[in-house]
Design a protein around this ligand. Structure first.
Ligand code: GLA
Ligand code: ZN
Length: 668
C-alpha cells in the first residue's frame, strides 16, 4: 500500500533557487506527497483573468523529479485584494452590520454571488490546468471551513428562502417555532431576520435554524468546488481539512461528498497534551466516513511559541504513530519551514526560519523509517470499535444555545463534556469508540451505544435507538434525553418522551445543580454490583421506574432516597438511564461492567500512560502500544507477537521507553 507521507509546503514564500534544496530534503525524509497552493490566489491570479500557473508547475516539477506528488489546495480561504476592491460585498457582515476586515483569511461570505462566481473561475481554471498532470493526486477544498455566520443581505434573503423551503407556509413556521411568544408571528417572509445577540432573548427554534442554515451554506459552498473538480478531473481525489472536535458544522455532512477526510492535528495546545481528548478527535475523524483518513496538518513545531511550546523530543514521532494507530493512512506535517513573515511568523515547521535541518527534521526521518516498516502490515486495516457514541451535531448546537441562557446549561459548559467524560473511561481501558449519527446510520453493529443527552429528538433517531435496543443492543443515556422536538421546542410528552417505553421509566422531576453542586448516589443492582457510590454534577433527575429496575439511588441532595439511575430490559437488549452526570470513577466502574457483560474487549490491559489501539482487517490485527509519558512503562502481552519496528518476537511483560511505541503483530 502507499502510505501518503508528506508536508504542507508554501514554495511561494521562498526564493525560486531554494526549491530544489527543499525538494532534496523532503526526498531525504521519504516524503511522497506535499500539500500546496492553498493560500496562493494572489500569485495564481494576480489580476482578474490573468492566470499564472508557471511557478506552481515548476514547484510541482521540482517535487516530481524526486517522486513526490501533490495535493493542491483551492485558494479560496484567502481572497486577494483585487477581488475585495472590486466587490467589497464579498466580506462577511457581523450581527452589528460591520464587514469583516480585509487582508486576512476566512473573511468571505459563502452566499455572496460575486465570491461564488470568482470561486468557480479559479477552481475551474486550476482543475483544467492540472487535470492531466500525473503528479497531482487531487485537491483539498478551501481550508478549515468554520461556521462564521454572515448577516449580509444575501444571507438574509437566502435564510428566508431556506425557511420557506423547510416550513412551506407561514402558519406552519409560526406554530412550529412558537412565534406566538413575545409577538413574533410573521405575516410575510420578508419580515424575518436572523436572530442577533443577545441570543438568550431570541427564539431558540429560530436560533437553531439560523445555525442550520449557515451550516448548509458552507456545505453548499464546498459543493460548488467539488462539482467543478468532479466534472473536470473525475480521477482526482478530493478532501477537506477538518478540525477534529470542532462542532459548529455538521462534519458528517461536510465529509459525505469527499473521498477522504483529513484532520489538522495540533495535540499540544498549552503546556500539556490531553491524550484522551486527542484520541477522541481521531475517533471522530475516522467515524465521519467510517474509514481511514489522513492527517493534513500535524504539528511539527511550536505554535506561536507561547500558545504551544516546541514538541519534546520523540513527540512528533509519537503523534504520527498515534494517528496511524487510530486509523490514518496518510500524514502531512504543518509546515515545511517556519515562515519569516505574515500572521503566522511563529507557527513553526519541521525546519526553522533559517531552513537548516535540526532535531525535528531528524525525528521525522526516523518516523519515515518506522512507516516504511509498518506500511504493508496496515494495508486494508482500520480501527473497528464495538462501542459507538451517538453524535448528532444539531443536538450539540441546541445545547450550546441553552448555554446562552445562563452561561451554563444542564451539563455545565463544554458541549463535548458528556461524551468526553465517558470516553476517558473507555480510553484509559484501551477501548476505541466510533461516533455515529443515528439519524444517518444503523447502530446494529455495535455492542454498546452511549447516547450523551440526545435532547433533540426526531422519528428517525427515536426509531433507530428503539430498534437498536429491541434487537439486543445495550444503550446508555444521560439527562434530557428526548426533551425537545427537532425544531428545538420542548416536548409535551413526559420525559424521556418517545423513548419512555425503551427505558421503562419516567422522569418525575429535575433540578439543575448550580454553583458546582453535586449529588451522591449508590448502586443497588446485584448484577451490576451493589454498594458502589458515585457523585453526579450539573443536573439531577428524579426517576420513576415502571418496567425498569433501579440501578442506583440518590444518597444526598434534593432527591436523596429516590432513583438516580435505571436499567431496563427491552426486547433482546437493555437500556440504562443515568439521571445525573456521573464522575469519572463511576464511569470507570460502568466500563468494567460493560467489559464483563457486553463482551467488549480492551486492546491491552489498562496501564497509566499507555494508549493501545488495534487496526484490523479480516486477515490481520496490528496492535499499537504508545507510551505518552516520559518514564518507561510495562504491560503484559498474552499472545506471542512480532514487534514490527524491531523485528523481534515478544511475549510476556513488555517494556516501552518514555515517549516510545511498539507495533505488534500477533503470530498465531
Ligand atoms: C490551521 C490552518 C493552517 C495554519 C495552522 C497554524 O490548522 O489550516 O493554515 O493556520 O492552523 O497552526
Ligand atoms: Zn453573507
Amino acid at each position: 500500500m502507499v502510505f501518503w507521507f508528506g508536508v504542507d509546503y508554501y514554495p511561494e514564500h521562498w526564493p525560486r533557487d531554494r526549491w530544489a534544496k527543499d525538494a532534496d530534503l523532503m526526498a531525504e525524509l521519504g516524503f511522497n506527497f506535499v500539500r500546496l497552493a492553498e493560500f496562493s490566489w494572489s500569485k495564481l491570479e494576480p489580476k482578474e483573468g490573468e492566470y499564472n500557473f508557471r511557478w506552481l508547475d515548476e514547484a510541482i516539477d521540482e517535487l516530481a523529479k524526486r517522486g513526490i506528488k501533490v495535493v493542491i489546495g483551492t485558494p479560496t480561504a484567502a481572497p486577494p485584494p483585487w477581488i475585495i476592491r472590486k466587490h467589497p460585498d464579498i466580506l462577511r457582515v457581523d450581527p452589528n452590520g460591520v464587514r469583516s476586515p480585509e487582508g486576512t483569511r476566512r473573511n468571505y461570505c459563502p452566499n455572496n454571488p460575486n465570491y461564488i462566481m470568482h470561486t468557480r473561475r479559479i477552481v475551474e481554471a486550476m482543475a483544467l490546468h492540472y487535470r492531466d498532470n500525473p503528479n497531482v493526486l487531487g485537491w483539498q477544498i478551501d481550508n478549515e471551513f468554520g461556521i462564521d455566520p454572515c448577516y449580509c443581505d444575501n444571507c438574509i434573503k437566502a435564510f428566508r428562502a431556506w425557511l420557506r423551503e423547510k416550513y412551506g407556509t407561514l402558519e406552519n413556521l409560526n406554530s412550529s417555532c412558537g412565534f406566538i411568544f413575545w409577538s413574533q408571528e410573521y405575516g410575510d417572509w420578508d419580515e424575518i431576520f436572523p436572530p442577533r445577540p443577545p441570543i438568550d432573548m431570541q427564539n431558540p427554534s429560530l436560533c437553531l435554524d439560523w445555525h442550520r442554515f449557515m451550516n448548509d451554506s458552507w456545505i453548499k459552498y464546498q459543493q460548488v468546488q467539488i462539482d467543478i473538480i468532479r466534472r473536470i478531473a473525475p480521477h482526482h481525489i478530493i478532501t477537506h481539512n477538518f478540525m477534529g472536535l470542532y462542532k459548529e458544522l455538521n462534519y458528517f455532512r461536510l465529509a459525505e461528498p469527499l473521498d477522504i477526510v483529513s484532520f489538522d492535528y495540533y495535540p499540544r495546545w498549552g503546556l500539556s497534551v490531553d491524550y484522551a481528548r486527542s484520541a477522541m478527535a481521531h475517533d471522530v475523524m475516522r467515524s465521519l466516513k467510517k474509514k481511514p483518513y489522513w492527517i493534513m496538518e500535524l504539528q511539527s513545531g511550536a505554535v506561536k511559541t507561547h500558545l504551544a511550546p516546541i514538541p519534546r523530543p520523540g513527540e512528533i514521532r509519537l503523534w504520527t504513530l498515534q494517528s496511524i494507530a487510530r486509523g490514518a493512512d496518510g500524514v502531512s506535517y504543518f509546515r515545511w519551514r517556519s515562515c519569516r513573515f505574515g500572521a503566522e511568523e511563529y507557527w513553526h515547521g519541521i525546519l526553522d526560519h533559517d531552513g537548516i535541518p535540526r532535531r525535528r527534521f531528524l525525528e521525522v526521518k526516523r518516523v519515515s523509517e518506522d512507516i516504511r516498516r509498518i506500511a504493508s502490515y496496515i494495508e486494508g486495516t482500520s480501527v473497528k470499535p464495538s462501542v459507538a457514541f451517538a453524535l448528532v451535531y444539531d443536538n450539540i448546537w441546541a445545547w450550546d444555545l441553552e448555554v446562552a441562557y445562563g452561561g451554563k446549561n444542564y451539563y455545565g459548559l463544554g458541549s463535548w463534556d458528556p461524551a468526553l467524560d465517558f470516553y476517558r473511561a473507555l480510553y484509559s481501558k484501551n477501548l476505541p469508540v466510533d461516533f455515529a449519527d443515528p439519524s444517518r446510520e444503523d447502530l446494529g453493529g455495535y455492542k454498546v451505544v452511549f447516547a450523551p443527552s440526545l435532547m433533540l429528538m426526531n422519528r428517525l433517531i427515536e426509531e433507530r435507538l428503539r430498534s437498536y435496543v429491541r434487537d439486543g443492543g445495550i444503550l446508555i443515556a444521560t439527562p434530557r434525553t428526548g426533551a425537545k422536538d427537532w425544531n428545538n421546542v420542548i416536548t409535551e410528552m413526559t420525559l424521556p418522551g418517545a423513548l419512555s417505553e425503551v427505558f421503562g421509566m419516567n422522569v418525575e422531576e429535575y433540578s439543575g445543580l448550580p454553583d458546582n453542586g453535586t449529588v451522591t448516589f449508590e448502586t443497588i443492582e446485584p448484577s451490576f454490583g451493589s454498594g458502589i457510590t458515585g457523585s453526579g454534577r450539573y443536573w439531577a433527575e428524579m426517576l420513576m421506574p415502571r418496567e425498569a429496575r433501579v440501578l442506583a439511588y440518590y444518597r444526598s441532595g434534593i432527591y436523596s432516597g429516590k432513583p438516580a439511575a435505571t436499567i431496563n430490559m427491552y426486547g433482546r437488549g437493555m437500556a440504562i438511564y443515568l439521571g445525573t452526570f456521573p464522575d469519572p470513577k463511576f464511569y470507570s466502574v460502568l466500563v468494567d461492567w460493560l467489559i464483563r457483560r457486553a463482551g467488549i474487549k480492551p486492546t491491552l490491559p489498562p496501564v497509566e500512560g499507555l494508549e493501545a489501539v488495534e487496526r484490523v482487517s479480516s486477515e490481520t490485527r496490528i496492535i499499537f502500544a504508545l507510551n505518552h509519558g516520559e518514564a518507561a512503562i510495562q504491560f503484559p502481552l498474552e499472545e506471542e507477537c512480532k514487534e514490527i519496528l524491531s523485528g523481534e518476537k515478544v511475549k510476556g511483560l513488555i517494556k516501552i521507553d518514555g515517549l516510545d511505541v511498539k507495533v505488534l503483530k500477533p503470530l498465531d
